[in-house]
Design a protein around this ligand. Structure first.
Ligand code: TYM
Length: 330
């Protein structure tokens, strides 16, 4: 059975972009692949975190994943820092990654610009080497496919390059993975700034639908979503980014084509109402299940411990292969 691996950061709250671009595909893939999903808390450390908040949000994101339908009987769900093989392999990959390639990563450029202009002005070295840790996550499991949103495309290319270089230098060690970027929902945009992607780190939360937002808030955010003044419902990302984003969201949630959907609406009001309703219908049961997991954190911790044990067995095997091929003494 082909192996699937993917990860999500525990910072901020899980939003509709995470769900439509990644998590719902993770859920679907459980039926036909050997799936491994990870809450990447070590990646979150690339920017300074409040320890209590990091601890709480790591558990919360795991609970959101469980509530969204990740089934620990079928998938392996774990927390990155519970499997020490990740940072260990990351170092070996850093030593086989080109400095110039890391420097070209657009996410590094964006995040370091943001950090530099922020209150601390501090850009960590971890922010720069972040893609090597992500490559380690993926390569440790002999992963065939990585379901991610469009913004991770460049990191996946980097992962493939490092794997190929390592294999060329030290003999066949890693499976070279493919990105799986879904045809719909791979790039959900901010509702207030529809030329920017929907993001956990947006300056205001009015452009981001959180999976745990209450229903009234979701309605309000969609109602206030930026459109334009020409009044025509048409799917045209370049000319009408706001309206097209609503059509993309509605299309992704209801499995319909956004261009075809557009012909069913003459005004923005009904489009917004239909979009809000579809989102709410999808999110409501997730929130209900979330409350159950939230009420029993010990159970979530138990499931994560089982997940870490399963993950580590595989990771240890691949790490041993890499160490041996590099010439490290057993
Ligand atoms: P993260 O935590 O930012 O996002 C998790 C997943 O959500 C997708 N995503 C989106 N999809 C559509 N529209 C959006 N607006 C949107 N925003 C986010 C992301 O593409 C991602 O699939 N570096 C990764 C985490 C990671 C990882 C890995 C992923 C670490 N190791 C190994 C895959 C494999 C990240 O920061 O995702």
């Amino acid at each position: 059975m082909s192996r699937v691996f993917s990860g999500i950061q525990p910072t901020g709250s899980t939003h509709l972009g995470n769900y439509l671009g990644a998590v719902r595909n993770w859920v679907d893939m459980q039926d036909s692949y050997d799936t491994i999903y990870c809450v990447v808390d070590l990646h979150a450390l690339t920017v300074q975190q409040d320890p209590a908040e990091l601890r709480a949000s790591t558990l919360r994101v795991a609970q959101v994943l469980l509530a969204a339908g990740i089934d620990p009987d079928r998938a392996t769900l774990f927390v990155q820092s519970h499997v020490h093989e990740h940072p260990e392999l990351s170092w070996m990959l850093e030593c086989n990654a080109a400095f110039g390639d890391l420097r070209r990563m657009t996410q590094f450029k964006d995040k370091s610009d943001q950090a530099e202009s922020g209150s601390s002005g501090f850009v960590s070295a971890g922010l720069f080497t972040y893609p090597a840790l992500m490559a380690a996550d993926i390569l440790l499991y002999d992963t065939d496919a990585v379901p991610v949103g469009d913004d991770q495309r460049q990191h996946l290319e980097f992962t493939r390059d490092v794997a190929e270089r390592f294999n060329n230098r030290y003999g066949d060690t890693f499976v070279v993975p493919e990105a799986f970027i879904p045809p719909a929902g791979a790039r959900i945009m901010d509702l207030q700034h529809p030329t920017n992607k929907m993001s956990k780190s947006a300056d205001t939360d009015s452009g981001t639908i959180l999976l745990l937002d209450d229903m009234k808030k979701i309605e309000k955010k969609i109602k206030r979503a930026v459109t334009d003044t020409d009044g025509e419902v048409r799917f045209d990302v370049a000319e009408k980014p706001g309206v097209s984003n609503l059509l993309s969201i509605l299309g992704a949630v209801t499995d319909q084509d956004p261009t075809e959907l557009a012909s069913g609406f003459e005004q923005y009001g009904p489009l917004k109402a239909a979009t809000a309703e579809a989102i709410i219908e999808r999110i409501r049961p997730i929130q209900e299940r979330f409350r159950e997991f939230e009420a029993d954190p010990a159970e979530t911790e138990r499931l994560l411990a089982i997940g870490a044990e399963k993950a580590q067995q595989k990771a240890a095997e691949v790490l041993a292969r890499a160490k041996n091929n590099l010439g490290l003494l057993p």
